[in-house]
Design a protein around this ligand. Structure first.
Ligand SMILES: C[S@@+](CC[C@H](N)C(=O)[O-])C[C@H]1O[C@@H](n2cnc3c(N)ncnc32)[C@H](O)[C@@H]1O
Length: 254
């Protein structure tokens, strides 16, 4: 396995219990199958009008809130993540909600467990590309498993928010927008808490144009791009007001 991705997997496995506890404290995940608008922005919801019975793959499914929302809308969902611990937690939630979801542990750059031309929609994002060293391979795999005419939807944390030093009280560039990384960090078993000597992990910074280009190169026609969201969370550690929170790209497989 790609050594960067393997280290990231170890870190996500270590962080999974605290990540689960964080979502449990919010206490809203049980409502998501009936209220998908808690997870998806209006800019996304308009693509989900006829998804009952549609086959959907969610790549880098993480907390699986998008997966629960799609399943609640009647779609046949496959949830894919590199971390078996994240998937175990998601499996527990699916069982508690009586939802039939397929879970597959895989690296998004190698979806060989899945056939070509099978899904009507592939959905990914919310901080996935940042863990992936080979963006083009990731998007090629997404396009490969899509049926012709199927939609590839990426809703990522906006790249403009990713380049700043944390906790300096002002906007100070950590590394220039065009530096792709790898950036090595060490974290505790809490995904949001840096700790020297903790779990090493590797982040990659993709620019807006690199995400668009990768989608085009994968054989998808870009049908919409949108930037939205204004919320700044404490975890972001910098005064990011005025910078967009989300970058949505929607492609159609040619
Ligand atoms: C922050 S979550 C993003 C998804 C979701 N929006 C969330 O908030 O939980 C990141 C997820 O990406 C997964 N991940 C990281 N690298 C991956 C890779 N190469 N292939 C598949 N999943 C990966 C991690 O295991 C983690 O569950």
């Amino acid at each position: 396995m790609n050594p960067y991705h393997n280290a990231n997997r170890t870190r996500w496995n270590a962080a999974a219990p605290k990540w689960k506890a964080m979502i449990d404290r919010r206490g809203t995940w049980k409502d998501i199958p009936n209220r998908p608008e808690m997870v998806f922005a209006p800019q996304e919801m308009k693509y989900f009008e006829n998804i009952s019975e549609k086959k959907i793959a969610v790549l880098g499914s993480g907390d699986n809130l998008a997966v629960l929302a799609f399943a609640g809308m009647g779609a046949r969902v496959t949830s894919i993540d590199i971390s078996e611990k994240q998937l175990e937690n998601a499996g527990e939630r699916a069982r508690a909600l009586n939802l039939d979801i397929t879970f597959i542990q895989a690296d998004v750059t190698d979806l060989s467990a899945l056939p070509d031309n099978d899904f009507g929609l592939v959905y990914t994002g919310g901080h996935v590309a940042v863990w992936v060293s080979a963006l083009q391979q990731y998007y090629n795999e997404a396009a490969r498993i899509l049926k012709p005419d199927g939609l590839f939807m990426v809703n990522e944390y906006h790249p403009f928010r990713r380049i700043w030093k944390k906790n300096t009280g002002r906007l100070e560039v950590e590394a220039d927008y065009f530096s792709p990384g790898p950036f090595r960090y060490e974290y505790s078993n809490d995904i949001l808490e840096p700790k020297a000597g903790g779990y090493p992990c590797y982040e990659f910074r993709w620019t807006v144009s690199s995400l668009i280009q990768a989608m085009l190169q994968a054989g998808c026609q870009l049908i919409e791009a949108a930037e939205f969201g204004t919320h700044v969370g404490d975890w972001e550690g910098a005064p990011l007001q005025g910078l967009p929170e989300n970058l949505l790209l929607v492609g159609r497989k040619e």
